[in-house]
Design a protein around this ligand. Structure first.
Ligand SMILES: C[S@@+](CC[C@H](N)C(=O)[O-])C[C@H]1O[C@@H](n2cnc3c(N)ncnc32)[C@H](O)[C@@H]1O
Length: 293
């Protein structure tokens, strides 16, 4: 059997509940699922799109079906399946945004792979949120960004790229391994001079920072969010934008978990009712975008 050398991790946009992903209960296998294109470089896309387009999350949006070999943790498990691609909102957005959704996509992929192998909490921001950072850069002309929850550096890299060579990003990370990996990635990308990783939790690092920051991104453990409110006020100026992720515990419908509903409620109450910010909560994504007035 001739394999194409490119290993294809299933992009988020292609996932479908009925597709085997990281666990195959029948064979008792766990690991990352790879699809190898069959017949070397020849991709059997029925609509005739080129093989390289399969490698991008947006590139598959118009694809209807194709033939693949499925390899699970290095072992072929099925051959010649014919997949029908669901046309998802993400794949449609991928087509609309084009390259904007592929900026630092390698770090997005690395974050997901790391989370799966380490069973940790590095959930990178959605690829479809990548265009938010150039949009904010155009609106706010930020010189200084602040992030709580660096992970492996996907969003910090997006901010640094959107802000351009003159901007600076301070990003806070509590997990030393994540901080190491992020710093390594920034060095490889030539972004080290723009991004500084502060090691420690938000509540210990924030008191030592001095503002003003133009754009702030909260993407860490939401149970600490209420403690950040006073710092958000102290570290911003009129016109600064604060993006708060991870608000889903308050709005999700999943019984008892995840914990921290009350923390998110307290944070949003403070942000909306008792702070100098105007706030819009994005339904579905459960992010909040706030502007200091
Ligand atoms: C959702 S991930 C961040 C993803 C990153 N912003 C991105 O989009 O790629 C959350 C990260 O925040 C870190 N973290 C969680 N709680 C934290 C806290 N209280 N202070 C600092 N970092 C925290 C975790 O170790 C993890 O790396």
């Amino acid at each position: 059997m001739k394999y194409c050398h490119s290993r294809l991790l299933v992009p988020q946009a292609w996932r479908h509940p009925s597709w085997p992903e990281v666990h195959d209960p029948i064979r008792g296998l766990s690991g990352s699922l790879e699809w190898r294109r069959r017949n070397g470089d020849e991709c059997r896309c029925t609509d005739g799109q080129s093989a390289s387009r399969l490698n991008s999350p947006g590139g598959c949006a118009g694809l209807t079906s194709f033939s693949m070999e499925v390899v699970f943790s290095g072992r072929p498990v099925r051959q010649g399946w014919r997949w029908t691609m669901p046309i998802t909102p993400l794949s449609i957005l991928g087509r609309l945004y084009g390259d904007q959704m592929r900026v630092h996509e390698d770090l997005h992929r690395a974050s997901n792979a790391h989370r799966r192998s380490h069973r940790c909490d590095v959930y990178p921001s959605d690829l479809a949120q990548a265009p938010l950072w150039p949009l904010l850069a155009t609106l706010v002309h930020p010189r200084r960004f602040l992030e709580i929850g660096c992970g492996l550096g996907y969003t910090a890299a997006l901010m640094a790229t959107a802000g351009g060579p003159g901007c600076r990003v301070d990003t806070i990370e509590a997990n030393p391994l994540h901080a190491d990996l992020a710093e390594r990635a920034f060095a490889v990308k030539g972004l080290s001079s723009r991004i500084r990783v502060h090691r420690g939790s938000g509540k210990t690092v924030l008191p030592g920072l001095r503002g003003p920051y133009d754009v702030v991104f909260l993407d860490s453990d939401w149970q600490d969010y209420p403690r950040y409110l006073s710092h958000l006020v102290r570290l911003t100026r009129r016109g600064s934008v604060v993006v708060s992720a991870n608000l889903f515990p308050l709005f999700g419908r999943w019984g008892n978990g995840p914990p921290g509903k009350n923390s998110v409620r307290a944070y949003l109450r403070g942000l909306i009712r008792d702070s100098p910010f105007r706030t819009y909560i994005v339904r579905g994504d459960w992010h909040a975008i706030s502007v200091r007035v």
